[in-house]
Design a protein around this ligand. Sequence first.
Ligand code: AAE
Length: 725
Amino acid sequence: MADNGQQAVSVPRKLWQHPNQEKTQMYRFMQDINRKHDLQLKTFRDLHAFSLAHRTAFWSHLFDSASLIHEGSYSAAVDESLTIDAVPRWFEGVRLNFAENALFSRPAAPGRHHAGTTAPVAVGRCVRDKEDGKVAITEVREGGSAVRSVTYGELRAMVGGMAAAMRARGVGKGDRVVIVGANSVETLVVFLGAAWLGAVFSSSSTDMGVKGILQRAVQVNPKLLFMDDAALYNGKEVELREKMAEVVDGLRECSDFAGVVSIRRFAEARDISRVPKAETWESFLAAADRNAPLPEFDRVAFHEPFLICYSSGTTGTPKAIVHSVGGVLINYYKEGCLHEGLGPDSVTLQYTTTGWIMYLANVGVLLYGGRTIFYDGSPFQPDARILIQVAAEQKVTKLGISPRWMFEVAKSGLRPRDMVDLSHLRIVTSTGMVLSDRLFEWFYDVGFPAHVHLGNISGGTDIAGCFGMMNPLEPVYVGGTQGPSLGIHVAIYDSLLPDGVDGKEVPHGTPGELVATKAFPNIPCFFWGDKTTTATTAGGGGPAAPGTKYHSSYFARFRHVWAHGDFCVVHPVTGSITFLGRADGVLNPSGVRFGSAEIYSVIERRFADRVQDSLCVGQRRPQDSDESVMLFLLMKPGAKFGRGLVNEVRLAISADLSKRHVPRYIFETPEVPTTVNLKKVELPVKQIVSGQTIKASGTLANPQSLEYYYRFARVEELVEPREKL
Ligand SMILES: CC(=O)CC(=O)O
């Protein structure tokens, strides 16, 4: 107990601190703000407080220092009197293009996209260097094979050719271009080619099933589909022509759909003569008149769409979340430049498929003139060393991975820092799931060199960015994300309040629901296909106001506030934000509320030798007066599940957390359901064990795994009364 009679708060172990904060881009940005506004901001928290208290000043200064290629001007960054649920427009009057900003350093004279536009420029805090011979992309296939490099000059030529071909086929502003493709140069060329024309791009990975692909693609009524003819995954070449034909068949009902362009993935192109409405990449490109000038970049209004991403939709049709070009560009400048310190010398490797929001982080470094490594395939082929080896060989400065990857590397007994030279590596970001305390410690005690900044980041598809992330001005402690992202009013609200009321902030140290209380630029424009959206432009594109589906997804929980659906706690001393689980998965037995991540971390820390994975959900059926917590354990091959282990787990949870955290039931499971991006999914299992019958979404990697859980809806029939706690 502290002197004042309150419970003393323990400060987690400090793991890292920037050796030279004054050299960081965030620090310099803070000095610019100090000069401009005659202030004395000294710490990250000072800068953060300024970014919230003076939103227009903060975002305008950011816009000026980003020196994005744009036309037009704005009078105020945003109308601060509007609440976030009014979805206010930012930087009205500014027009810009994502592809132009990714490919060029400065604006081109009309019609002359290659002259004098690529030399290094330094404006404000942003330096871009995209000279013709500089390598923009290094492509690495699974297992480290087939490396190819593409320079900025080559990339510009490829994307220009693609934009010209798309234009020849009638693609224009607001049209949707969809790809089912690898993390390859071709996928990026399609993305930037579409963006060049003001079209709206959307990507899915090739390992997604036909149902999942169609659940996404049909909603957006694409004009064109691009699809790889084959894939390499887990050491095997996977044939995709049959899938291609099924996807084309499923798109027949889409009124805008014109056909599929097949992308050759291996030396030999597959014969696509049996795929309806199909043509090859080469024939598609040949449609453009080679002698005609390239199309002009279509600079669209700041708030207009350029990208559609999808919610994981684990219990239904995924939401088609539409992002604005300006919102994503300005936010990525904030995150990449200030929080992560990216620049023209950065080399990034973000492990991702094209179907996850982290695909954006995979291409974002091009905005700075850096180099990106496109790794395609399993990160565990031939074994867990591969990404570490590629990071060392390619002199990667920022590596993006997930807790699952770190867990597997740690489990394999690997010590990356002893394996290879990681002296170039500055940052490792981790996202996708909660990063356990054990992995934080493993990272610095065993895994990576002491100089590397571990950035645990969290946000997601809905905002194409982060609520909680790293910053170079504060130490990294065990647990949570280092702190909030600049310019976003993150708060933790009382999760016991009913829907639709005014929310109430809880004190630091008390878990609750993560919300954003004021508007910020990178919330989605609208949901594609939401019939209640008021569409004003061609193709059903630009909204006057997002519809009710959008509003009920984010604004129905608390009045005038964005509720993100994460259950979190802010550390009272360090200010770090720890994600405890999804708000819809909060466990609530006898009124005690906690997140599933707290249980997972005990299992991971204490039982990693026997338990491969776990899933923890609450069961509440109409006949139940209270919620029962159910924990499912997936055993390692050869390890035995039994009463002894169950007792050990109960004791461990009771000792590490409390008696009230101990699950009522502990069972073995043959499989944990995950999305194709390997995020484990709790909600469908929670619904199933609570007696509902659900429609498995196409986003699940193993939908058949859900079958097993239906028996637990009648749990009384499965356990002896004395087995219950
Ligand atoms: C940044 C993120 O939080 C990515 C995700 O949705 O997993």
